[in-house]
Design a protein around this ligand. Structure first.
Ligand code: ADP
Ligand code: MG
Length: 236
């Protein structure tokens, strides 16, 4: 297995709009060692979600090179990208994105069917493990925000993805709940050794991560782990 989960070089992604071209990601270099957990921060519109989507193969870059988990994902076609995502990536979203007419267990089971991978842990067990014993048969509407995000995390982790991508996972939660959701995310991703990228604009959330990458206008403007990455490369 490669030492690097992500190697992006001069990565670009632009959107053409009526008002002109928006360079959402404008030449980003980013290397993430396997198993690292990092936070991406920056003002609204700086390209955080776009970067996460490109790394997670939800969108493709339109310039530069991108290797994720040893695969040159830029060269994959639409269907191959979808397969790659199912096998390798887990997503957590700010708005939870649960299917409203399915129970917590069914929401997680749906994902485990999609990923076609048996983790050996049932959706019910996974939910219990994440603190939702007794809530497995509830609909999303019957759960609090923090509980819904625990379901979101269970759904993300049910197939033990090598890469976990979370976009503002605590954006809808109060401070105390946010803290416990981050605790859970850190614990659960450590257990499976998943490389984890969390987008947040909450400094309290970002400070929990071993590395913080700051974006502005589609560029990396600060990276607490840049030296570390360079040092590891020197040893490689
Ligand atoms: P962030 O997540 O940091 O708030 P985004 O990655 O969502 O930023 O967006 C970066 C820039 O790209 C913004 O200017 C945004 O308006 C633009 N953008 C994002 N997605 C699209 C899209 N699908 N079409 C047009 N512009 C987009
Ligand atoms: Mg965003």
């Amino acid at each position: 297995m490669s030492d690097w989960a992500v190697r992006a070089l001069r990565l670009r992604r632009a959107y053409r709009t009526a008002a002109g071209t928006v360079r959402a990601i404008d030449s980003i270099d980013l290397e993430i060692p396997t198993g690292q957990r990092l936070a991406i921060v920056g003002p609204s519109g700086c390209g955080k979600s776009t970067l996460l989507s490109v790394i997670g193969c939800l969108e493709h870059a339109d310039g530069g090179t991108l290797e994720v988990l040893g695969t040159d994902v830029a060269s994959l076609g639409e269907e191959q990208r979808a397969r790659w995502r199912r096998q390798n990536a887990g997503f957590v979203f700010q708005a939870y994105d649960l299917v409203p007419f399915l129970t917590a267990t069914e929401n997680v089971a749906l994902q485990s069917g999609i990923s076609e991978r048996d983790n050996g842990v049932s959706p019910r067990e996974m939910l219990a493990k994440l603190g939702l014993a007794g809530h497995q048969d509830k609909l999303p509407d019957q759960l609090s925000g923090g509980q819904k995000q625990r379901v979101g995390i269970a759904r993300c982790l049910i197939h033990r993805p090598a890469l976990v991508l979370a976009d503002e996972p605590t954006g809808g939660l109060d401070t105390v709940t946010s803290r416990s959701v981050v605790d859970l995310l850190l614990e659960a991703t450590a257990e499976i050794g998943a490389t984890t990228i969390v987008v947040t604009h909450d400094p309290a959330v970002a400070s929990r991560f071993e590395r913080i990458v700051s974006l502005r206008d589609g560029h990396v403007v600060a990276d607490s782990g840049a030296d570390l990455a360079g040092a590891e490369r020197a040893h490689a």
